[in-house]
Ligand binder design. Structure first.
Ligand SMILES: NC(=O)C1=CN([C@@H]2O[C@H](COP(=O)(O)OP(=O)(O)OC[C@H]3O[C@@H](n4cnc5c(N)ncnc54)[C@H](OP(=O)(O)O)[C@@H]3O)[C@@H](O)[C@H]2O)C=CC1
Ligand SMILES: O=C(O)C1=N[C@H](C(=O)O)C[C@H](O)C1
Length: 265
């Protein structure tokens, strides 16, 4: 049995992870941590009935006392860097779904994990459909280097652009370089700053935040008299759970940083 502790256990994603871990017979949920709902039952919060496990405060103390094999982190862009450091310092493997880490922070944490002989897995998106959308976007970019991303999320999302959009833009840029495919220069002069979105590796990214959305992304490729659009929709946070469970089971197989769910598929 792999002993799992969920950080951010009372959140939208954390409570789904609680349910998914409890439902898997190779995993054992040993606890959950957050900054609110302290003392409340993890199962009650997740809507599956009492589990006899209370939400705890303090990741380091919880790791010391509950001795998980793996911590799963779905917290906030502000908290995640410190959380990973805490896990590495305590010698526990960590699966990170929280977005907002910069490339520099990610690499830094990867080095620290390697030095600490721990395993760190980070994925901006755990849904298989989103991973495939990124893969085909990279394939298409070799032929259609002119691309723009529209990502659409619920209005409680704290970061923009989304981690998925950044990773998609990075993959498109890498595919362009590999193929020697150069996008047409953007000659637009914005009369209002931001009108053309954020430029991530020269890929414009437009972030929509509205109640009603869960997590969605379109990648639009412009060609000679044609447009190719790929779109993925996470309609329910359940869509992320097979990927999270896979990562929990695989994380210990590689020390240091592994970035992206495609590494496990
Ligand atoms: N990789 C992927 O596939 C996915 C990634 N995400 C990412 O996951 C993250 C969480 O998203 P979501 O669940 O919607 O957000 P929520 O706000 O619903 O959940 C975050 C939870 O973390 C708690 N929290 C905040 N700070 C800390 C801390 N220092 N230690 C422990 N717990 C803390 C919050 O408590 P409180 O409520 O009191 O603030 C909250 O309950 C985001 O970065 C999001 O982008 C989301 C979906 C899929
Ligand atoms: O905050 C979310 O909800 C999501 N965040 C991730 C991201 O930033 O890409 C993954 C997914 O889009 C849902």
């Amino acid at each position: 049995m792999i002993r799992v502790l969920v950080n951010g256990a009372d959140g939208r994603m954390g409570s789904q992870v609680v349910k998914a871990v409890v439902a898997d017979n190779e995993l054992e949920l040993v606890g959950g941590v957050s900054i609110s709902h302290i003392g409340e039952d993890l199962g009650e919060i997740a809507g599956i009935g009492a589990l006899g496990l209370a939400v705890r405060a303090g990741l380091g103390t919880a790791v010391d006392e509950l001795k998980p094999d793996v911590v799963v982190d779905f917290t906030t862009p502000q908290a995640v860097y410190g959380n990973v450091k805490t896990c590495i310092a305590h010698g526990v493997d960590i699966v990170v779904g929280t977005t907002g880490l910069t490339e520099k922070q990610r690499e830094e944490l990867g080095e620290e994990a390697k030095r600490g002989d721990t395993s760190l897995f980070i994925a901006p998106n755990f849904s298989i459909g989103a991973v495939l959308l990124m893969k085909v976007s990279a394939d298409i970019a070799a032929y259609f280097p002119d691309a723009e991303i529209i990502e659409l999320h619920h209005n409680n999302k704290l970061d923009a652009p989304s981690g998925t959009a950044v990773m998609t833009a990075d993959k498109i840029a890498a595919a362009r370089r590999k193929a020697g495919a150069v996008p047409a220069p953007d000659r637009t002069r914005e009369s209002l700053e931001g009108a053309r979105g954020a430029s991530v590796q020269a890929v414009p990214v437009h972030s929509v935040r509205l109640p009603g959305y869960v997590a969605h992304q379109e990648v639009l490729f412009g060609g000679y008299g044609e447009i190719l659009t790929v779109r993925h929709d996470s309609l329910d946070r359940k869509s992320f759970m097979p990927g999270v469970i896979l990562a929990v089971k695989k994380v210990s197989s590689r020390k240091g940083l592994t970035f992206g769910l495609e590494n496990y598929l």
